[in-house]
Design a protein around this ligand. Structure first.
Ligand code: HEM
Length: 476
């Protein structure tokens, strides 16, 4: 117990990054398993009937919050707390203790939030469901919103102080992206959560989707690109292709992402000018996207073959290709006529998994396989398990994507030809079964991933030591 507490509230360099990562992986396995159970309810809707906590309407937000706020966001915090100090020439972040306290607060918030969601306590806004509602007289307060906000501010303070107190004063581009993400996310979070902004009707939908899309654009995209701009040169030994392009990308993401959220509600009576701004800025997103992709693929030049042996690079390449697909699909389905056809169909769920599973989760997988050996001074427990993790997740995702995309087209055709739902919904059953099979593969992949990481961290005697640098340090 004493040892566990001192590991959790440690001041040791990189302990906050390690602890964020270890707990993030727990939320990944939990969240994907809940997604799998939810997916099975499409074909066996009565299997868990009678248990309100396990109904689809409750499991869906549990799945989404566990994978987005638990896994991915905490994974990003881990990456930032490893990469920023290394880039500014510090041994660890400004305050590891504060980083670890933030990590504990984040996990407590997740546990309370998940129990709340299972029991029907939700803000009912996409990606902002975590509530923790406390009734005080006639007013209700969402305490979890406050905890997340404080945690985000503590992350930002720690990151800024690390940069300010580092020996290296010239900022590598990843630092711009991380500090940008940590600047924008708290602002977006305040606008998107009911503890801070409460509006009625359409205004609520508009701010809800301002948040819903910007958590993807200004947090997951900006943070994910920052991670890859650090990792790719490390993996390939090539310098980043163009610093200028990366900075153009940084500022244009900021310019074009902000008004895109309304493209989620094009089929609702929001003002037409707002819809037009959302559609146009969605298409203009191709500008920052092209900067990222050019940098990505040009930095890879001459090094593609190394991915056969280099597992983290494999994840990075797969994630980069998924990013390319996401950015072709996104602006395409944001245009009015395509959106009119595909909206309210499984196509959109496929798109969400393309971005958040195949792109950003793969970036964090790549980072994990890179950082864990550096932080522990040991090779990963098993390369074979890492390879299995890669193929199970990749094939699982491809099968999921195909099944949801085809199901989406069938569903959209049903809507638009005015065919009664009970007739076309039967046609979707095979695709939903295939989606659950893909879910089994993905969950299995994540269990292997968790086992591999935990073995490396907690069973040092079973892992091969890495050679130390002349200064005796492995992790920088
Ligand atoms: C890291 C992995 C994953 C991430 C980041 C992720 C993310 C998401 C997101 C963002 C949504 C909301 C989609 C939308 O609003 O359109 C979603 C929905 C969903 N996901 Fe996942 N997911 C992951 C893995 C899985 C797995 C393994 C399964 C198992 C089959 C799964 C099943 C589902 C289901 C059933 C829904 C609800 C779809 C609906 O409402 O029709 N997810 N997921």
């Amino acid at each position: 117990m004493q040892r566990a507490l001192s590991a959790i509230f440690s001041r040791e360099p990189f302990s906050a990054s390690r602890n964020f990562l270890i707990t993030a992986i727990f939320w990944l396995v939990f969240g994907t398993s809940i997604g799998l159970i939810a997916s099975m309810q499409f074909t066996a809707p009565d299997a868990l009937a009678g248990v309100a906590q396990l109904s689809f309407g409750r499991l869906r937000p549990v799945h989404i919050n566990a994978v987005l706020i638990g896994w991915l966001s905490m994974g990003y915090a881990a990456c930032m707390f490893y990469i920023i100090p290394v880039l500014v020439g510090r041994k660890g972040i400004w305050s590891e203790l504060l980083g670890n306290i933030t990590m504990v607060a984040w996990n407590v918030m997740m546990v309370v939030g998940i129990f709340g969601l299972l029991n029907g306590d939700t803000e009912a806004r996409e990606y902002a469901e975590l509530a923790g509602t406390v009734q005080m007289g006639s007013t209700s307060i969402q305490i979890l919103d406050w905890i997340v906000l404080v945690a985000l501010l503590l992350l930002a303070v720690n990151a800024w102080m690390t940069v300010m107190t580092g020996a290296e004063k010239k900022w590598y581009v990843s630092i711009w992206y991380f500090l940008g993400a940590l600047f924008w996310f708290p602002i977006i979070y305040i606008i998107g959560n009911r503890a801070f902004v409460q509006l009625e009707g359409l205004n609520d939908a508009i701010t809800g989707w301002f948040y819903g899309h910007n958590i993807l654009g200004m947090w997951f995209t900006v943070g994910g690109v920052g991670i890859m701009y650090y990792l790719l040169p490390k993996f390939t030994g090539n310098p980043l292709y163009s610093h200028t392009l990366s900075m153009i990308g940084f500022w244009t993401i900021g310019m074009f992402y902000a008004p895109t959220g309304t493209h989620h509600i094009l089929q609702s009576p929001v003002p037409e000018w707002l819809k037009s701004v959302a559609v146009i800025s969605s298409v203009f997103l191709l500008v920052p996207v092209l900067t990222v992709l050019t940098n990505f693929f040009m930095t890879m030049k001459g090094k593609w073959h190394t991915a056969t042996e280099h597992i983290p690079l494999r994840f990075a390449i797969a994630g980069g290709i998924a990013y390319l697909l996401t950015c072709i699909q996104g602006p395409f389905q944001a245009t009015r006529s395509i959106n009119w056809y595909l909206h309210f169909s499984n196509w959109v769920v496929g798109h969400a998994h393309l971005a958040l599973l195949a792109t950003f989760s793969f970036f964090v997988f790549a980072a994990t396989y890179y950082m864990i050996p550096k932080m522990t001074g040991r090779k990963m427990y098993s390369k074979r398990l890492a390879v299995w993790h890669f193929w199970l997740t990749l094939y699982g995702w491809i099968i999921m994507m195909l099944s949801l995309t085809i199901a989406g087209l069938v569903q959209a055709a049903g809507w638009h030809h005015g065919i009664p739902v009970d007739q076309w919904v039967i046609e979707l059953e095979p695709y939903w079964i295939i989606r659950s099979i893909s879910g089994v593969m993905i969950v299995l992949g994540q269990i292997l991933f968790m086992f591999n990481v935990y073995k490396t961290v907690f069973s040092p005697e079973q892992c091969e030591e890495l050679p130390h640098s002349p200064t005796g340090v492995v992790y920088v």
